[in-house]
Design a protein. Structure first.
Length: 505
């Protein structure tokens, strides 16, 4: 196979094949099994194609690869510009990895409007991938906003009890915050004459943007607010527990696994990439918010009576680690932050799948309704324990590596940051293991639980890849970090220059 021939088109194929599949689904008759099989085939095809990216990626090379840049709209100057580095590449693969698992886990739980469900799921996949591969800010913003509609509809149409409230809250929070980013993007376009990320970055670093110094803080905040709400960073987190609890299982998996990472990816790519001075100046209060998020999210998770809400608050805590790592401005911190994004996507995605499996059998998430499930469901209990240990950060599983690197970077930046952040690891063991004890150990309290069926073949197939990924990421993290490290080093170059200026003065 000629690799060079595929390089210009591979990102377009990976991005748009799910959308093409969604359009083809519109034409298929409403035979539910055929629709499910077709959606699975399309999502698997996208995943297989996305594996081209890490296989042929030049790991020692910084900068963007697989670039494709073509003029799209002459006025305003918008380009169809795509490319990835070691950070965005793995987020694309994470998206394509989780989507087939979402199809499998929804096989029996979605009974009505099956066609519409899988169309929304595939459109969502295209929008998420587009966010990570776009190097034109207009194109980035287009995909960024495009994720809102399918996710809001997935929650509103296929969710539980208060699904309309949760969908509207999610939509309003994230859409209003994104307007600030749009204003910042338009200001940069007016000054630079281009939406191209690399062009804008070079112009800023060369001091060629007029009035930039007076506007830089506002531009930084415009981007940051949009990303902080998406993460969500404390105190912008209130939409997340509602969205997670009411969403269908596949919606929760994509929401926690990928959509939240749009915010942390944005901070890493745009806040640090375009505004290094302002990132450094604002880091102190952002780190404080991240630390509050780590501790507050863990403590609130500890008292949750609902399995799904507990996992939702654990996401707030874990994403706090990512923000802490990013704003430590250290190689270890940024490497760890990127790794935590990937590890959290795999392990928390698996936790939501496991919670969904339980909901299919009992139609409740209340911890008090369970107890002793390890007896009737031993295989399910074993999977659940494995994923819980990965989320806690057990060595040799994926949660350990990223959190260790983040805390190392935080200690380098300031010892107090590392000490406070490390308490989050202790709290996570508390709330996850206590939840596991109450759900799986002891006697079977409710008679209905004694007859619950264990995992079937489809559920095994959905959970095994996530468990295998958690193990491989823990045992061989360099497979990921070797590609991430050069991209992180390139991101930190302006910060090294800032430090040398300070020393010189």
């Amino acid at each position: 196979m000629n690799v060079d021939r595929w390089s210009p088109v591979i990102l377009t194929l990976v991005t748009l094949i799910p959308l093409a599949g969604a359009l083809l689904l519109l034409l298929l008759p409403r035979r539910d099994r055929d629709l499910r099989v077709f959606a699975l085939v399309i999502s698997l095809l996208t995943f297989v194609l996305s594996l081209h990216l890490p296989v042929h990626f030049h790991r020692a090379q910084a900068g963007f690869q697989y670039e494709f840049d073509k003029a799209w709209i002459p006025t305003p100057n918008i380009h169809y510009h795509m490319g990835i580095d070691g950070i965005s590449m793995w987020l694309v693969v994470l998206t394509t990895f989780l989507t087939p698992l979402c199809v499998l886990i929804s096989w029996k739980s979605i009974h009505e409007r099956v066609k519409e469900f899988f169309i929304l799921l595939l459109v969502m996949e295209t929008a998420l991938i587009g966010v990570f591969v776009s190097l034109d800010l207009f194109l980035f913003y287009f995909f960024w906003e495009a994720t809102l509609i399918p996710m809001a509809l997935l929650i509103g149409m296929y969710g539980h009890g208060r699904r309309i409230y949760a969908a509207v809250k999610f939509f309003l929070f994230t859409m209003i915050a994104s307007v600030f980013m749009l204003a910042a993007i338009l200001w940069l376009y007016v000054k630079v004459g281009s939406f191209d990320f690399v062009t804008i970055q070079n112009a800023i670093h060369a001091g060629q943007v007029s009035n930039f110094s007076s506007a830089a803080q506002w531009l930084f905040l415009g981007f940051f607010i949009a990303f902080a709400v998406k993460v969500p960073l404390f105190p912008f987190h209130t939409w997340l527990p509602d969205a997670h609890v009411e969403a269908p299982t596949a919606g929760s998996v994509l929401l926690a696994g990928v959509l939240l990472k749009m915010g942390t990816y944005g901070m890493l790519r745009f806040n640090l990439g375009l505004f290094p001075d302002q990132s450094r100046a604002n880091a102190w209060w952002i780190v404080i918010l991240a630390l509050i998020g780590i501790i507050y999210g863990a403590l609130v998770a500890l008292v949750q009576p609902n399995v799904k809400k507990l996992i939702a608050y654990s996401s707030i805590s874990h994403l706090g680690f990512v923000v802490l790592g990013i704003f430590s401005f250290t190689q270890a911190g940024l490497n760890g932050a990127t790794f935590v994004m990937l590890a959290h996507g795999v392990s928390t995605g698996a936790l939501f799948m496991l919670a969904g499996i339980l909901y299919e059998r009992r139609h409740t998430y209340d911890i008090s309704e369970f107890g002793g499930l390890a007896t009737p469901m031993p295989t399910y209990a074993a999977f659940f324990l494995f994923v819980v240990l990965a989320s806690v950060g057990l060595p040799l599983l994926n949660g350990f590596v990223g959190e260790f690197l983040v805390l190392s970077g935080a200690f380098q930046a300031r010892a107090l940051y590392g000490i406070l952040g490390a308490t989050g690891v202790i709290w996570s063991a508390g709330y996850l293991l206590w939840m596991y004890q109450r759900v799986f150990f002891g006697k079977v309290i409710h008679r209905v639980n004694a007859g619950l069926p264990d995992l079937d073949t489809r559920e095994h197939i959905a959970l095994l890849p996530a468990a295998a990924a958690a193990l491989v990421m823990g045992v061989a993290p360099l497979l990921w970090l070797n590609a991430i490290d050069p991209a992180v080093h390139a991101t930190l170059v302006p910060f090294a220059q800032l430090a040398s200026k300070v020393v010189g003065q």
